[in-house]
Design a protein around this ligand. Structure first.
Ligand SMILES: NC(=O)c1ccc[n+]([C@@H]2O[C@H](COP(=O)([O-])OP(=O)(O)OC[C@H]3O[C@@H](n4cnc5c(N)ncnc54)[C@H](OP(=O)(O)O)[C@@H]3O)[C@@H](O)[C@H]2O)c1
Length: 245
C-alpha cells in the first residue's frame, strides 16, 4: 500500500479531532495537515502542546465533560474523530506472561483507558458529529484484541480491554445506524509501529513489518477513506483486511 495523500480528505470540510498525542496520534495530525486543507484539526492530549490542542484525560469525567462542551459549541460539524489513546505498559502495568502475574489494579487501569475511554469519548462527541454529511468515529484497537485470532495467549489486561473495546464500539455502531446514519464507526489495527507503546516488545518484529508512525498514519487514513456508513461496526487492519472478532 502506498503512502501518497488520499484525495478523500482533501475534499472534506468541517472539524476533525485526534485524541491522544502519542506516536500515531501526532503522525495522524501531521498527515491530515497535509491532506485536508478544509478540515479544522484539533488534538486532544493529556498534556497540551502549543497550537490548537485541548487537554483531555479519558479517565476523568470532568475532562470529558469539558470536551463535550467544546465540541458542541465550537466544532460542528465534526466529520472525523480518531482515538489513538491507549496503554500497554507503564508504572504498575506490564503485559502479563502468565495468570500469576495478573493484578486487579492493572486490569482496571487497562480497561479504563483501552475499553471505557473510547466509549465515553463517543458519548462526549456524539452531539457534534455531523448528521447530514458522512463522518467517521474511529478508534485504534489491536490485532491481539481479536478473540478468534488469539493463538499465543498472555497479555491478559491489554487483550481483554481491546476485545471489550471492540464489543462496546460494535454495539455503538448498531445504535448509531439509527441516530447517526451517515456515521461509520470503525476499529483499526495500525500494525506494529515504532512508538513508545511498542518499544519494549518489538525485538522480534521484522524490519519491513515495523512501521514508522508516518507510514502507519498514512495507511490508517487510506483504510478510513475507503469505509462508508455501510461498513460501520467493523474491525480492520492497516492493509484494509477485516480482522476476525
Ligand atoms: N504502536 C503499536 O505497535 C500498536 C500496535 C497495535 C495497536 N496500537 C494501538 O494504537 C494506539 C496508539 O498507540 P501509539 O503506538 O501511538 O502509542 P503511544 O505513542 O504510547 O501513544 C498512546 C497515547 O495514549 C495517551 N493516553 C494514555 N492514557 C490516556 C488517557 N487517560 N487520556 C488521554 N490519553 C491517554 C498517551 O498520552 P500521554 O502521552 O499523556 O501518556 C499517549 O500519548 C493505542 O491504542 C495502541 O493500543 C499500537
Amino acid at each position: 500500500m502506498g503512502t501518497s495523500a488520499d484525495p478523500t480528505w482533501r475534499q472534506w470540510h468541517g472539524h476533525a479531532l485526534i485524541v491522544g498525542g502519542g506516536g500515531i496520534g501526532r503522525a495522524l495530525l501531521e498527515q491530515l495537515q497535509q491532506q485536508s486543507p478544509h478540515l479544522q484539526l484539533h488534538l486532544a492530549t493529556r498534556a497540551p502542546i502549543p497550537g490548537d490542542a485541548c487537554r483531555l484525560d479519558l479517565v476523568d469525567d470532568a475532562s470529558l465533560e469539558d470536551l463535550k462542551q467544546l465540541a458542541e459549541s465550537q466544532w460542528q460539524p465534526l466529520r472525523l474523530v480518531i482515538n489513538t489513546a491507549g496503554v500497554l505498559h507503564g508504572p504498575g502495568l506490564q503485559p502479563e506472561k502468565r495468570l500469576a502475574a495478573v493484578e486487579r489494579r492493572a486490569l482496571e487501569a487497562s480497561f479504563a483507558i483501552n475499553a471505557f475511554g473510547p466509549l465515553l469519548l463517543a458519548q462526549a462527541v456524539a452531539g457534534a458529529l455531523s448528521r447530514d454529511l458522512p463522518c467517521h468515529f474511529s478508534s485504534l484497537s489491536a490485532r491481539v484484541g481479536s478473540i478468534g485470532d488469539n493463538q499465543l495467549g498472555g497479555w491478559y489486561a491489554y487483550r481483554g480491554a481491546k476485545a471489550a473495546q471492540n464489543q462496546l464500539l460494535r454495539t455503538l455502531a448498531i445504535e448509531w445506524r439509527r441516530r447517526l446514519p451517515q456515521c461509520c464507526v470503525s476499529l483499526l489495527h495500525p500494525g506494529t509501529t515504532a512508538t513508545a507503546l511498542s518499544q519494549p516488545f518489538r525485538g522480534s518484529v521484522q524490519a519491513d513489518r515495523l512501521f514508522t508512525p508516518a507510514r502507519a498514519a498514512s495507511q490508517l487514513l487510506q483504510v478510513l477513506a475507503g469505509l462508508t456508513a455501510a461498513d460501520s461496526g467493523g474491525f480492520w487492519a492497516w492493509d484494509g483486511q477485516a480482522i476476525p472478532w
